[in-house]
Design a protein around this ligand. Structure first.
Ligand SMILES: [Zn+2]
Length: 433
C-alpha cells in the first residue's frame, strides 16, 4: 500500500471587510505565538514539537485565552519545524543570525480548527467563534474530489492582503494498493525518445528532450542578457518574462505527458512497468558534447531520471507495480540468439551476429528489459523461446514490421491521454494472425 499525496491551493472569494479583519487579527496572534515559541526553542535548543508543547502549552493558553486551544498545538508544530531546521543550519555553521526571522506565516490548522462545509465552503475556528469562507474551486480541485481523493486533516491558510482573500493550502490523499501484474510493459528511456513494448509491438515516442531543454536555456539566457542591459540585473520586467517562460516550460513538460500515457496503458492491461536501474546512462555519457556542466545535468535530468521519476510517481498513483532490471547490454545483445548485434557506425539499426536479422536499437532494449523482468515465482517474464512465438511467427525473423517501432511524432502523442483505441485494434489484429 502506498500513500500518495498532492498539494492543492484554493483561493477564497473576495471576503467582506469584517471577516477579513478577523482573520488579520487571528494571523497576528498566531504570528506572535510562533515568534515567541521559536525564540524559546532556539534559546533552549529544542527541536521537538512534543517537548515544546509540554513546556509552553499552559503559558500560551494564558496569553491567548480567547484563541481556540488547538492553535497552541499547531503554533508549536510550526515553531518546532522552524526551530529544528534553524538549529541544523546553526550546527553546520550556516546560520546568518542568532534567531530565525519569522517573516510571513501561514496559519497551520488541524482537524479541530477547520472543516470543509460542503465542497465550496470552509469553516475556520477563530477567537470570535467559527467563520465560514466561500472558496473559488478550480478544475484541478474538482478532479481530486471526483476521483475519490480524501482530504488530509491538516491545512494551511495564508492571507492575501492586497486582494482580501484567503489562500487555502489543502492536501489530498489517496491510499493505493498495487495489483498483481498480468503482464509486463518494458520502457526504454533514451536521450530523445521513450520506447515501450506493448504485447509485442514497439512504440517509440519522440521526445527530443535535448532540443527542448537547450531551446529554453538559450531563450532564458537571451532574455537575461537583453533585459540586464536595458533595465539592470534586478529588474521587475525581466523577472516577469523569465517567470512566463518557466510556466511555459512546465506546461510543455513532456515528462508528465509520456508518463501519463505509459501508466494508463499499463493500468488498463494490469501490467507491471519494467524500467532499467539507472546508472548505465551516466556511464554512456551520451550528452558529453554539451560543455556546460549544469546544462548537461539539466538534459540528463529531463531525459532520463526525470522521465523515470514521473513514471514512478504516476504509477504509484494508479497502483501500477514497477520492476527494475539490470540495464547492461540491453541494446547490444540479440534477445533471440543472445549474440551481439552489430551496429554500423552511428546507425540505430543493427544486425544480429548469429541470426543475421535486423534490429532497431531501442526496440532491442525493450525486448531485453522484458526478458529480464523477474516474475513473482522467480522465473522470468519471457524466455527467449517464448519470445520467438510472440506473434505467431519467429521474432524478428518472420516479419520486418515487428522490430520496426511505430514511431510517433511529438506533435501527435503529446495530445493523447493514452494509446488511442485504433492502435489497440491494430495490436489485437496482429496478435490473432
Ligand atoms: Zn539474433
Amino acid at each position: 500500500m502506498a500513500r500518495v499525496t498532492r498539494a492543492v491551493m484554493v483561493r477564497s472569494v473576495k471576503l467582506p471587510r469584517k471577516v477579513f479583519r478577523l482573520l488579520v487579527e487571528l494571523e497576528g496572534m498566531y504570528h506572535n505565538m510562533v515568534e515567541q515559541l521559536v525564540m524559546y526553542a532556539i534559546r533552549n535548543n529544542i527541536g521537538s514539537f512534543t517537548r515544546l508543547k509540554a513546556i509552553k502549552y499552559h503559558e500560551m493558553r494564558k496569553h491567548y485565552p480567547r484563541l481556540p486551544s488547538h492553535y497552541v498545538y499547531t503554533a508549536c508544530q510550526d515553531a518546532a519545524t522552524r526551530a529544528k531546521s534553524f538549529l541544523r543550519l546553526k550546527r553546520l555553521g550556516l546560520a546568518e543570525r542568532d534567531y530565525p526571522e519569522v517573516m510571513r506565516v501561514s496559519i497551520w490548522l488541524d482537524d479541530h480548527l477547520w472543516r470543509l462545509d460542503g465542497y465550496t465552503m470552509v469553516r475556520i475556528a477563530t477567537h470570535k467563534g467559527w467563520i465560514t469562507v466561500e472558496l473559488e474551486p478550480h478544475k484541478q480541485y474538482w478532479k481530486y474530489i471526483n476521483r475519490g481523493w480524501k482530504l488530509a486533516s491538516e491545512a494551511k491558510v495564508k492571507l492575501d492582503k492586497r486582494d482580501r482573500r484567503l489562500i487555502v493550502h489543502l492536501t489530498f490523499i489517496k491510499v493505493v494498493g498495487e495489483y498483481k501484474p498480468e503482464g509486463y510493459l518494458p520502457v526504454d528511456v533514451n536521450e530523445n525518445n521513450v520506447t515501450i513494448l506493448v504485447d509485442g509491438i514497439a512504440y517509440l515516442f519522440e521526445t527530443s528532450t535535448e532540443k527542448l531543454v537547450l531551446g529554453y536555456y538559450y531563450r532564458r539566457k537571451f532574455i537575461q542578457e537583453r533585459y540586464d542591459k536595458l533595465y539592470g540585473v534586478k529588474s521587475r520586467v525581466k523577472r516577469k518574462v523569465v517567470r512566463k517562460l518557466k510556466e511555459r516550460e512546465k506546461k510543455n513538460d513532456i515528462r508528465w505527458k509520456v508518463a501519463n500515457i505509459i501508466v494508463r496503458v499499463a493500468h488498463g492491461k494490469q501490467y507491471a512497468i519494467v524500467l532499467e536501474k539507472l546508472g548505465k546512462k551516466v556511464a554512456n555519457n551520451m550528452i558529453k558534447r554539451v560543455r556546460d556542466g549544469w546544462l548537461r545535468h539539466r538534459i540528463f535530468q529531463a531525459s532520463f531520471r526525470g522521465i523515470q521519476r514521473a513514471i514512478e510517481e504516476k504509477a504509484r498513483e494508479y497502483g501500477v507495480p514497477v520492476i527494475y532490471v539490470d540495464p547492461r547490454n540491453t541494446s547490444r545483445l540479440c534477445p533471440v540468439h543472445g549474440a551481439p548485434i552489430v551496429y554500423s557506425n552511428g546507425s540505430r539499426i543493427g544486425r544480429c551476429s548469429r541470426g543475421g536479422e535486423l534490429w532497431h536499437r531501442d526496440v532491442v532494449a525493450t525486448w531485453n528489459l522484458l526478458l529480464r523482468a523477474p516474475r513473482g515465482d522467480g522465473s522470468h517474464a519471457l524466455s527467449p523461446a517464448g519470445l520467438a512465438r510472440v506473434d505467431g511467427s519467429p521474432v524478428p525473423l518472420g516479419s520486418t514490421a515487428t522490430h520496426d517501432p511505430t514511431g510517433i511524432p511529438k506533435s501527435l502523442w503529446t495530445r493523447w491521454k493514452s494509446l488511442p483505441l485504433t492502435q489497440y485494434a491494430t495490436i489485437l489484429n496482429r496478435m490473432k494472425r
